[in-house]
Design a binder for this molecule. Structure first.
Ligand code: WQD
Length: 331
């Protein structure tokens, strides 16, 4: 099957590209390098020894999408492209609503026109807001606390309405928890273009000596050690979840959402200590005040993805730390 990846050179996109190529899929990629680097293209080809067609461009541009669909018989799309920094979205909401919604609507219009009705959408556990209980199930109440999360929630609603209008679509909404780690080759990984917002990229900057100290945002949460608890998932496990979702929508129309998490919550201090044990590299840290908008704890009930997609994680927190550090050493 011929699959188009939007944002396919980014962190999660590139790891999914590797897994799709390794599984024998014919893949086309569009990316504008807003949050990715061109050298990832050759690194993916080196890892997989496979080729793929690449288009540089912004999917808000209907012309380039029409070109891609006219030049290739696209049968399914995995939609990664979008802005994803929570803090930035609070400062610049219009930029986030314009980009994330405009690009998605343009993509869906072109897909519809070309009768391509199979879609995997990159959503986020952020649509659950502060969960009423744990672990989080797909049927929990959805609410968001920042514009980035709201764009994801709005797009999920657009997809539900699209399916209601035409129940021949096959749509898998994947709600990511906290992706970290890197491909075991060390050739691709998370390499944010600016100061990291997320925990693991920041730990790596401290481990490399680029930053002197990690600030831990609060140790007075209702968790086992007071620091925030999250469901960290290896990016390769997450990528394999996308392959399973593509396999599912290849043969099943309908729309559904799936949690892609491990079902295990680890605290900030758990992650720091595991990273130090696995790598032997100390991570200096200090406890500072809470980050506005952070919740105490968040982790998935991943049983539905196992039941429907036959997907489950294989990697441990130690693997995530080892592979993250291996990527740092290679880059
Ligand atoms: C994890 C924990 C922080 C940085 C975000 C988005 C979510 C998704 C994943 C896209 C928290 C603590 C962090 C630091 C710290 N992204 N922390 N010091 O906030 O759970 O989720 O990324 O879909 O939408 O909201 O991830 O890595 O920022 O924070 O103490 O320098 O680490 O307080 O407890 P988060 P995170």
């Amino acid at each position: 099957m011929k699959v188009l990846l939007t944002g396919g050179i980014g962190y999660i996109g590139s790891h999914t590209l590797v897994e799709l190529l390794d599984s024998g899929y014919n893949v086309i990629v569009i990316d504008n390098f807003y949050n990715s680097k061109p050298d990832v293209i050759d690194k993916v080809k080196e890892i997989t020894n496979k080729d793929f067609k690449f288009y540089e461009g912004n999917i808000c541009d209907k012309k380039i999408l029409e070109k891609i669909f006219n030049e290739n018989n696209i049968e399914a799309v995995i939609h990664f492209a979008g802005y994803k920094a929570v803090g930035e979205s609070v400062k610049e909401p219009l930029k986030y609503y314009r980009n994330n919604l405009d690009s998605t609507l343009t993509l869906l219009e072109v897909m519809k026109k070309h009768n391509c009705k199979k879609l995997v959408f990159s959503s986020s556990a952020t649509v659950y807001g502060k969960p009423e209980s744990l672990p989080i199930k797909e049927n929990f109440h959805l609410s968001t606390t920042n514009p980035y999360g709201t764009t994801k929630l709005i797009i999920e609603g657009i997809l539900q309405d699209l399916y209601k209008s035409d129940p021949t679509w096959a749509i898998a909404i994947l709600r990511y928890f906290n992706p970290i780690g890197a491909h075991s080759s060390g050739l691709i990984g998370e390499n944010p273009n600016d100061v990291p917002n997320n925990l693991m990229p920041y730990i790596l900057k401290v481990a490399s000596g680029e930053y002197p100290c990690l600030s831990i945002f609060g140790d007075d949460y209702e968790t086992h050690d007071g620091t925030g608890v999250r469901d960290y998932i290896h990016v390769v496990d997450l990528a394999k979840g996308h392959v399973k979702a593509i396999e599912f929508i290849e043969n099943n129309i309908g729309i559904d959402a799936y949690n892609l998490g491990t079902g295990i919550g680890y605290s900030v201090l758990d992650l720091v200590k595991t990273f130090e044990q696995v790598t032997g590299v100390p991570v200096n840290y200090k406890i500072v005040e809470r980050r506005p908008g952070d919740i105490d704890a968040c982790y998935a009930d991943a049983s539905y993805a196992l039941e429907k997609l036959n997907w489950h994680v294989e990697k441990t927190l130690e693997d995530m730390c080892r592979d993250s550090y291996n990527y740092l050493k290679h880059n």
